[in-house]
Design a protein. Structure first.
Length: 98
């Protein structure tokens, strides 16, 4: 999902920015290599993300993980109503980091 890639990129950018590093700086690699959850927790602990933003990203992460690591891997085989709900979660989750 494009929304997930954008979310991961934005999360990496926010974490590296806290240390005044650029995303593609070699020194930033230790930060960008951390797990998604650790980076998200760090931003919450530093009060970069509020509870609402954190919750929206976590909801997106849970939905994405169910889609890609669950039994039903094909988004387009899901009912239209479920597809639309998933798109909305993706948009809200991705926007939470902006």
């Amino acid at each position: 999902m494009l929304g997930w890639s954008i979310t991961e990129f934005d999360l990496n950018h926010l974490v590296t920015k806290q240390f005044k590093l650029f995303y593609d700086d070699k020194k930033a690699k230790i930060l960008t290599d951390m797990s998604f959850n650790r980076k998200l927790e760090f931003l919450k602990e530093q009060k970069i993300l509020n509870h609402s933003q954190y919750k929206r990203v976590k909801e997106f992460q849970e939905m994405r993980n169910k889609l890609y690591h669950g039994k039903h891997k094909f988004w387009f085989t899901r009912p239209l109503e479920e597809q639309q709900k998933m798109i909305q979660i993706a948009v809200v989750g991705s926007d939470a980091l902006r």
